[in-house]
Design a protein around this ligand. Structure first.
Ligand code: HEC
Ligand code: HEC
Length: 460
């Protein structure tokens, strides 16, 4: 029954939305000369709403009322400012750096008080006490936020919007810090033809739900192909998939194209953050030698004259979770490759990548958890494949300086009885798409080599 609902509701909703749209049909999209401006791109992400609002100020101010105890009473006892800080922490929102507004980095808040999701929802967050745009948001509790928005609206006696309903059949992300982003794209692309016209969905949707950890934005300038399987070409249009909700007709997407040229320039301008703590330079120098012998073939070299090979590693060699690779079929990738999103140029798109790309490791200390599904909480766990925990839960604030990454509690399994929100705070590696296996290369190193290597990784 639940399964049937998952399959039929998106179709129903899509058709309903289609019926409310004036659907124009057109071809093309001429390249408009435009001088890119990274600062304008940053402002667009912070200020321009590209998708319908997810909530508004009244809902935001009342979210805590639908929490379970004892959290609800804790929130009730606080003054407005402390309560807002607790609400931010609960959902993985951060105050904007160098900005006096009380708005979160992760949302566009309009003068009317509407809150819209933005790129920073998933691509902005905090680490070791710093808030960094472009950092994957390792603390985002998106599904809990969307659930609580619907509950809060009911509590306030308000009507639900179509977006509030979407969450009940399209999971947004089953584990904190990760999202079902690829299935969002598959679902949205299914509602477009190759020229971006909104069309009725073709066939019964195949929705292989699985959660991904977003990559850091400072990688983009190093890469010739996008995404963990390196299947797509980087261009501003690839970044516009986020806009393809059916409420944005073709013209609305085309009208945003210059903004996205600037947004791409902004993403490319972001630099990796430096390790903010002490480093043992001698140990790191020994670690560099280990790295260059055991890791550099795939991950490249760093510092002066560094080079990045963008090596695509077959899935059987890398051995990490394969759900993400299989989620996009050759057909999905082929449809993408000949569409407006690639400027109708399929060259450079890999329709059958067969594995994952070894990512650049610049600023790797900051972007925990690791692997494309976020299954390894620290670099120490990456380097100790035999000791990766079956289940773990992150601290929302604290950083693990020793093991380099998230401060976590480990367990053989998550506790049995929990609310959905509590359950999502545990990473359960036995669940589909969440395996922490693979990337066993460090197992060939002895403990001293691994410890030196960890010191070196801090310096990248
Ligand atoms: C719901 C969360 C979410 C939102 C919102 C989102 N992204 Fe992403 N983004 C992801 C995930 C997850 C990936 C990794 C996908 C993969 O590898 O298959 C990704 C990948 C990327 C990449 C590829 C980087 C690389 O190294 O391969 C870029 C660039 C990017 N996103 C930019 C953007 C921009 C710009 C926006 C806003 C217009 C945006 N994203 C909105 C989650 C999100
Ligand atoms: C044969 C190629 C190969 C070798 C050798 C290799 N890696 Fe990797 N590495 C990969 C691939 C591919 C991934 C992405 C796996 C995934 O996300 O599923 C990866 C992921 C990682 C990550 C996580 C990156 C992130 O952003 O989540 C780290 C850290 C890492 N490798 C470090 C190392 C170190 C240190 C060594 C040397 C001991 C090493 N790797 C050796 C291919 C390799």
């Amino acid at each position: 029954m639940r399964r049937a609902l998952r399959l039929t509701l998106p179709l129903g909703l899509a058709l309903f939305l289609l019926a409310t749209l004036a659907v124009g049909r057109a071809r093309g999209g001429d390249a408009v000369p435009h001088t890119t401006d990274a600062e304008a791109g940053r402002r667009h992400i912070l200020e321009t709403p590209y998708v319908p609002p997810a909530l508004d100020q009244e809902v935001a101010d009342n979210l805590w009322r639908v929490w379970t105890e004892p959290l609800r009473s804790q929130a009730e006892a606080l003054d407005a400012e402390a309560r807002r800080a607790l609400v931010f922490r609960h959902y993985g929102l951060d105050p904007r750096p160098d900005d006096a507004s009380a708005h979160p980095l992760q949302m566009v808040v309009t003068p009317e008080g509407a809150w819209h999701m933005s790129c920073f929802t998933c691509h902005g967050g905090h680490v070791a006490g710093q808030v960094l745009p472009g950092l994957p948001n390792a603390h985002l509790a998106l599904q809990s936020l969307v659930d609580d928005v619907a509950k809060t609206k009911r509590l306030l006696g308000r009507k639900l919007a179509p977006g509030d309903l979407a969450a009940s059949f399209l999971p947004f992300g089953e584990t904190v810090g990760t999202t079902n982003a690829v299935v969002f794209s598959i679902s949205l692309l299914r509602l477009r033809d190759e020229d971006l016209n909104v069309v009725p969905p073709k066939g019964i949707p195949r929705l292989p739900h699985h959660d991904l950890d977003a990559p850091p934005w400072w990688h983009l300038k190093r890469r010739k192909h996008l995404y963990i399987d390196g299947f797509a070409k980087p261009n501003h249009r690839a970044l516009m998939q986020f806009l393809l909700v059916p409420q944005n007709g073709r013209d609305a997407v085309l009208a945003a194209e210059d903004d996205f040229r600037d947004i791409e320039a902004y993403v490319r301008s972001i630099e990796a953050p430096r390790w903010p703590f002490a480093v043992d330079a001698e140990k790191a120098a020994r670690g560099r030698i280990v790295f260059e012998a055991a890791c550099a073939d795939c991950h490249g070299t760093y510092g002066e004259g560094g080079s990045y090979p963008e090596k695509l590693v077959p899935i059987d060699v890398i051995g990490t979770d394969r759900v993400r690779l299989d989620a996009l079929t050759v057909d999905d990738r082929t449809t993408y490759s000949t569409s407006w999103l690639t400027e109708y140029d399929p060259s450079g798109v890999r329709t059958d990548p067969g594995g994952y790309v070894a990512p650049p490791l610049d600023g790797i200390w900051a972007s925990a958890p690791y692997f494309h599904n976020g299954s390894a909480p620290t670099l120490w766990h990456v380097l100790h494949p035999e000791q990766r925990p079956a289940a773990w839960r992150r601290d929302p604030v604290l950083y693990d300086e020793q093991r380099v990454g998230l401060r976590v509690e480990e367990a053989a399994a998550p506790p049995a009885t929990q609310s959905p929100d509590e359950r999502r705070r545990w990473f359960d590696t036995t669940k589909r798409g969440k395996s922490a296996a693979g990337h066993d290369f460090p197992a060939a190193l002895d403990e001293t080599q691994r410890s030196d290597l960890l010191e070196y990784l801090k310096t990248l």
